[in-house]
Design a protein around this ligand. Structure first.
Ligand code: ZN
Ligand code: ZN
Length: 292
């Protein structure tokens, strides 16, 4: 299709469009008639519309889904813009048209009795127009598009967050780890000194005053992939006093976690976790691998 160039009455706004076809549509609805002082005669523009004199264009949002543009200097009706689909129905009277014909009239039931078009046209009542299968298809495709847009949006940000998460240490951004310790324990102090040299924010938790609960221990154990025995401070006095070496075998998982949670001195220290990994005790190589 060839381009069409048109202007408003005063010439402040000029418009270039590529019409989709040579059809003219009339709308007899009350809104259009109030807006244009008659039925709104329009041609459908394909997506690309060029305006100049944009500061003279005012758009009136006549509904949630459409805006009606007019020249704010001379009042000429310019276009009906369907926002979601970005479709422009341009006022046909802005252009000098040849070989165009009036093919359809919509909202024919809203037309007042005092005028009639002689043209042979396809006529739609409001109900028929709103039920047009194309409207359904269009609505459906809009929903699909909106859904896809949202999905892409979430995937995009989910991807970004995942990257941020993975890149934290590389970028020098602090990672927060929980460090359960006993301040008087020399191994714990060595581990703390080691870990504080790295770009890590250490959330120090006194293991004796605030031991993790049985449920927390169970969750940590599941993440660690270690046998439960490793969670016990096997060199501790309490461990020996209770004779746990022999009793652990017969204990259920839940009993073991309850016992550990009942006395922080029974737990292997330091217990270090970022919520994903867990280390127990302090071995330099292991720490370097896990927390550097
Ligand atoms: Zn104007
Ligand atoms: Zn209308």
């Amino acid at each position: 299709m060839e381009n069409l160039q048109g202007t408003c009455l005063c010439g402040a706004v000029s418009i270039v469009i590529t019409p989709k076809n040579h059809d003219i549509h009339a709308c007899h609805c009350e809104m259009c008639r109030k807006w244009t002082a008659g039925p709104f005669l329009s041609i459908e523009a394909s997506s690309h519309v060029t305006f100049s004199g944009e500061k003279y264009i005012t758009e009136f949002p006549s509904s949630k889904w459409a805006k009606r543009g007019f020249c704010n200097k001379c009042g000429s009706t310019l276009f009906y813009h369907s926002v979601e689909s970005n479709e422009y129905f341009m006022s046909s009277e802005l252009f000098h048209l040849e070989d165009f014909r009036l093919v359809s009239e919509i909202y024919i039931d809203a037309k007042p009795a005092y005028y009639d078009f002689k043209n042979e046209t396809k006529k739609w009542t409001e109900e028929e127009f709103l039920k047009k299968p194309i409207t359904y298809l269009y609505a459906l495709s809009c929903f699909v598009l909106i859904f896809l847009k949202k999905l892409l949006f979430y995937l995009y940000f989910w991807g970004k967050w995942t990257m941020i998460d993975l890149d934290l240490s590389k970028k020098g951004v602090a990672i927060v780890i929980d460090f359960y310790w006993y301040p008087k324990c020399s191994t714990c102090r060595k581990a703390l000194a080691f870990i504080e040299e790295n770009k890590v924010v250490v959330n120090k938790i006194d293991l004796i005053e605030n031991p993790p609960s049985a449920d927390e221990l169970k969750a940590l154990w599941e993440k660690s992939g270690l046998p439960i025995r490793r969670f016990f401070n096997t060199s501790g006095i309490k461990y020996r006093e209770l004779g746990l070496k022999d009793k652990l075998e017969d204990m259920s998982q839940d009993e073991a976690f309850e016992l550990l949670a009942s006395d922080g001195k029974l737990i292997k220290r330091p217990l270090t976790t970022d919520g994903k990994k867990v280390t127990l005790g302090f071995k330099e190589e292991e720490f370097r691998a896990a927390w550097k």
